[in-house]
Design a protein around this ligand. Structure first.
Ligand code: ADP
Ligand code: MG
Length: 742
């Protein structure tokens, strides 16, 4: 009988010959490999093509080469520079000549490569004191493996499981598994020219050449992506089946006439951007449909998401329902409340005969923990009897005991996780047994194909056009301490007036001078304090210290300005007081933690200073930068930090090079890989092992199309038991019961 993956998933690796409890423990600790299926999908990291082998005698400086050689001598020492580094040098030979190999900061190489070891070295050849050298080459150990094409499995420093061990165990798995069952319908394989499973597993682990690898990889990548897409589409369709939505009247009460929505758009002081119009159309189409909307709106900072959100909420109101907007923090809820009030000024809604005029203003209320008991009671009563149309609050709004007369549309700002429980909570607050429509907004865009995977059970709208008239933001990386001994490639950095490392001044001085100059011109400034991820408390302390240092009388850099401190641990009323004063222009400089990351909108603020910027992620820096550039004046963002790590350096360079959130998201994905991305929503088995959301982006879309075709033809995959069986492997038990009832 053909082998199913689910069978292998039930077998422990200890079933294999020569794989005892000790090795099993190692495999689990190092790679999370427990079952035979885990081992089978523990893929080589690369393959050594021995036909490409070079002779040391033939190497020339500048060559990229692979040599197979024996270690003759190896030793290590500490360098004297600052910081001190471990330097390991080895002399290797392949019989044709000698090569010097140097490793920086890899002290363990001395243990890995004792004299006599045969190893494969990949790297660039240079010369040092007259002899050929490779610096920090990629090293693999061949052990007793023979053959022209040798797989190299991931190594672990924690546990000693060699690549040869893994190759041997995998060979046994392939041998004993025999022929694999084929879960894909023929048309799918034909349409995408995919090889069969058996060839794919053999081709990835035991290829004869690159052709085998690429044919195998294509099939296995497709399988991974298809399983994920099937799970997502099954989930999406199942929710559509079991939930009942509200069919909103988008075109206005009498079918076509003027509606609250068109009134709202006409009252706006600006025309909608093309992207806003398109996205509002996508949303209203969902709202008019029978299923509850579950849509993600991605739009860069400042793209104008609020108007879109409000359009969705007003569709609910015009049909006699209510809308709720939920923000991640109270400060942001207040901010949203203010801007929504502003945007709704002058807008009236049919009163349903309760006033003589026939129209009344749209009623918007704020509900946060800060409300007095009396205010709170009033708002709750209004929500219950329907006299409040729109409510703005924090994410806890739906968890609380708030009852709505008829909640029609919910907008969730900056909350990536809006899962099954939250939706269940919503259902209880909808009209009758209907589930309100949900729009999730995020200003952290991710690339389209990544969104298909990470948010694949949602529909996605993208606001990819900025309103006109924005002044671009100039971003400057203020390098604090260039890594010792490395040339400063200053031309990669934007210009900073007066910056001068040589005269002994602190590079930060120029930043504070620029801050004072901006304030002198009547502008305002944010200073974001070092991020301390480990501890909220330490972060507050660092903010306090930054504030003290800058305002210290008489010689603090900002001592002459009106400076205020804002951090997450301040009492709510105090926070709000500070924000109010900053909004009114009574504070020049706001020294803050990342509490200001999203939503804060003060157009007169034109300078953003981020301290220790190399500690922040790309998305976070982009968000912070988005706090400026919101008005008519030119804005500047100073990223103060060292390029201590290569990745930190790459992040800061990316920010200097681009202000486009989607472009930055691509860089971020390149730097961090998809692991982190997936981790945000899906854990464990669904993680991609071979597929890359970057490299295989076209396959993400193809797998999604196939998944949609399969599920729409056969909602519970009843006719494809093998496929259902495999998808089930990657789902939790409960979900498996829910999605695949068969
Ligand atoms: P986001 O929430 O996407 O970061 P906002 O909704 O806060 O952006 O909008 C940023 C600013 O742009 C606000 O001041 C808003 O009034 C303004 N704005 C929104 N849409 C437009 C438009 N179509 N034309 C001009 N300005 C707009
Ligand atoms: Mg916003």
């Amino acid at each position: 009988m053909a082998r199913r993956l689910s069978q292998l998933a039930r077998l422990s690796v200890t079933e294999l010959t020569g794989l005892g409890p000790k090795a099993a423990e190692g495999l689990e600790a190092a790679f999370g490999v427990e079952t035979v299926l885990d081992l089978l999908t523990h893929y080589p990291r690369r393959w050594i093509d021995r036909t490409n082998e070079a002779r040391i005698r033939d190497l020339r400086p500048g060559d990229e080469a692979m040599v197979v050689a024996d270690v003759r001598r190896i030793s290590s020492r500490r360098t004297r520079g600052r910081p001190p580094r471990t330097l390991v040098t080895a002399d290797v030979s392949d019989g044709s000549g000698h090569l010097k190999v140097t490793f920086f900061n890899q002290g363990w190489r001395e243990r890995q490569l004792p004299a006599g070891t045969q190893c494969v070295l990949f790297g660039k050849v240079d010369t040092y004191q007259g002899s050929l050298q490779m610096t920090n080459p990629v090293v693999d150990l061949l052990g007793d493996q023979t053959g022209r094409f040798v797989p190299v499995y991931p190594q672990s420093e924690k546990v000693r499981v060699t690549s040869q061990d893994v190759a041997r165990w995998v060979a046994e798995v392939l041998d004993r598994a025999g022929t694999f069952a084929e879960p894909l319908p023929d048309w799918v394989r034909a349409e995408h020219t995919l090889t069969d499973r058996t060839r794919a597993f053999h081709g990835i682990h035991q290829p004869d050449g690159w052709d085998d690898v690429s044919v195998a990889r294509k099939r296995l990548v497709f399988d991974e992506l298809l399983r994920i897409q099937l799970a997502l589409i099954l989930r999406k369709r199942a929710l559509e089946r079991v939930t009942k939505g509200i069919t909103h009247e988008v075109a206005g009460p009498d079918g076509a006439g003027p509606s609250l929505l068109t009134d709202f758009h006409q009252l706006l002081p600006f025309p909608l951007t093309g992207a806003q119009e398109r996205v509002i159309d996508e949303i209203t189409a969902d709202l008019a449909g029978p299923h509850p909307m579950h849509r993600l709106l991605q739009g860069d900072v400042g793209a104008g998401k609020t108007v879109v959100a409000l359009s969705a909420l007003l569709v609910a109101v015009q049909g006699g329902h209510q809308g709720a907007l939920m923000a991640p923090t109270e400060v942001l809820a207040e901010q949203h409340h203010l801007s929504i009030r502003g945007l709704l000024e002058g807008l009236t809604v049919d009163d349903g005969g309760t006033t003589l005029l026939g129209d009344r203003p749209v009623a918007v209320e704020l509900l946060t923990a800060r409300a007095t008991p009396t205010e709170r009671r009033k708002v709750l009563a209004g929500l219950a009897d329907g006299s409040v149309d729109l409510v703005v609050g924090t994410h806890s709004l739906i968890q609380e005991t708030v009852s709505f007369r008829s909640l029609g549309v919910v907008v969730v700002d900056e909350q990536h996780r809006f899962g099954v429980e939250q939706r269940a909570a919503l259902r209880e607050r909808g009209a009758g047994d209907a589930t309100p429509d949900v729009l999730v907004m995020t200003a952290t865009p991710i690339p389209r194909t990544a969104a298909m995977t990470v948010y694949g059970d949602l529909d996605v709208s993208v606001l990819d056009e900025m309103p006109p008239g924005r002044t671009p933001i100039t971003t400057t990386w203020v390098r604090t301490d260039p890594p010792a001994g490395e040339a400063d490639d200053d031309d990669a950095i934007g210009p900073l007036p007066e910056q001068d490392h040589l005269d002994g001044t602190d590079p930060e001085d120029a930043v504070w001078a620029a801050v004072r100059a901006a304030v002198g011109e009547g502008r305002q400034v944010y200073v974001v304090c070092p991020l301390i991820e480990e501890s909220d408390k330490l972060e507050v302390r660092s903010a306090q210290e930054t504030f003290d240092r800058l305002t210290w009388q008489p010689d603090g850099e900002l001592a002459s300005l009106r400076v205020a401190l804002l951090h997450g641990r301040m009492p709510a009323a105090e926070k709000e007081g500070v924000m109010d004063r900053f909004r009114r222009g009574e504070v020049d400089v706001l020294v803050a933690t990342t509490v200001i990351e999203v939503g804060v909108d003060v157009p007169n603020a034109t300078v953003m200073v981020v301290l220790d910027a190399d500690r922040f992620g790309i998305a976070q820096l982009h968000q912070l930068r988005g706090r400026v550039g919101r008005g008519a004046h030119a804005s500047t963002c100073y990223l103060v930090g060292s390029g201590a790590t290569e990745e930190g350096e790459a992040r800061l360079e990316a920010l200097v090079a681009s202000t486009d959130g989607f472009a930055l998201a691509e860089v971020d994905l390149d730097l961090r890989g998809e692991g982190t991305l997936m981790g945000e929503r899906q854990k464990g088995r669904t993680d991609l092992k071979l597929a890359s959301l970057r490299r295989d982006r076209e396959w993400v879309a193809k797998a999604r199309d196939v998944a949609i075709a399969l599920v729409d033809a056969d909602p519970e995959l009843a006719a494809s038991p093998l496929l259902a069986d495999e998808v089930g492997l990657f789902l939790g038990d409960e979900e498996q019961d829910f999605l695949l009832k068969s």
